[in-house]
Design a protein around this ligand. Structure first.
Ligand code: CP
Length: 308
């Protein structure tokens, strides 16, 4: 069996194009499985996976849990808000206590950059980063690139504009790494205050005018404003942000070609995307969610193979 070059999935930065292509080929098989009347395969029978979420999540958490159940793994869920973390237990103690119950793999979301990387140096279980602060969200980038491949045939040579709050977005960084490894051209677009100073050093184009970004791209991956990570004001008001950077269906209809609209969710309707744009025929937002289950099945299956 082919395996990944790493025993953890901590980010896209440290995996190879070959790893990504292997994940996509494996996800193709699992996508067929999850569209069957009986959606379960025995691939991870006797493997126990803990989903450890220290931050809120709808899509990622449910998608991992479904992926694990579709692979017949045993699943335990941990939510920091209802745990002994509230009584002062450390991250390492929390995870070591969970591992003492014979857990093989850990899927973790944490508000602190590098939390899964820290854990990977201290525990034996395979770790999947389900989002660490403003750093990386590798499975989101994989499912995004997989959705582009599905809609446009390949990622190679495609122009992808990532539009919105780039500064606070782990999705943006993981997408840049994944898309570039697969041969896409990447642009970032947003207000100057929401673009990190280092961004040009990643080899992306930078555009401040959203209309020009839409004219340039084949795919627009639209991100929400992450108010929960903003300690200061980066723009005067959400209304003003929407006026200058919000995307509506009329703007899409005025383009010379039809572009693909993506969003990792959760959408703030009426801020970064109007409902008629989010729900347009060219939107693949719910395809991204469906593909997330197949991608996460592929990642867990391949990492489990790396263990044995
Ligand atoms: N895309 C994403 O990570 O969504 P959740 O925060 O709901 O998991």
């Amino acid at each position: 069996m082919s395996t990944l070059s790493q025993r953890h999935l901590l980010g896209i930065k440290n995996i190879t194009r070959k790893d990504i292509e292997l994940i996509f080929e494996t996800a193709d098989t699992f996508k067929e499985v999850i569209n069957r009347p009986i959606k379960r395969v025995p691939s991870l029978r006797d493997v126990t996976i803990a989903n450890i979420f220290f931050e809120n999540s709808t899509r990622t958490r449910l998608s991992f849990e479904l992926a694990e159940k579709r692979l017949s793994a045993d699943v335990v869920n941990f939510s920091a808000s209802t745990s002994s973390v509230k009584k002062g237990e450390t991250l390492l103690d929390t995870v070591n206590n969970i591992l003492a119950m014979k857990v093989d793999m850990v899927v973790m979301r944490h508000a602190s950059v590098g939390a899964p990387h820290f854990l990977s140096k201290h525990i034996k279980a395979n770790i999947v980063n389900a989002g660490d602060g403003t750093h990386e969200h590798p499975t989101q980038a994989l499912l995004d690139a997989y959705s582009i491949r599905e809609r446009l045939g390949s990622v190679e040579g495609k122009k992808v504009a990532i539009i919105g709050d780039i500064l606070h977005s782990r999705v943006a960084l993981s997408n840049i790494f994944a898309l570039q490894k697969l041969g896409a051209k990447v642009m970032v677009c947003g207000p100057p205050t929401l673009l990190p100073k280092f961004i040009s050093s990643l080899g992306v184009q930078v555009e401040l005018d959203v209309k020009k970004a839409l004219e340039w791209c084949d795919v627009a991956n639209v991100l929400r404003i992450q108010l929960e990570r903003q300690q200061i004001k980066y723009f005067p008001s959400l209304r003003e942000y929407s006026l200058y950077y919000g995307i509506n269906k009329k703007m899409l209809d005025n383009l010379k070609k039809q572009i693909v609209i993506m969003h990792p969710g959760p959408i703030n309707r009426g801020v970064e995307l109007t409902s008629d744009a989010a729900d347009a025929q060219q939107s693949v937002i719910l395809d991204q969610v469906e593909n997330g289950v197949a991608i996460r099945m592929a990642v867990l299956y391949l990492l489990a193979g790396a263990t044995s």
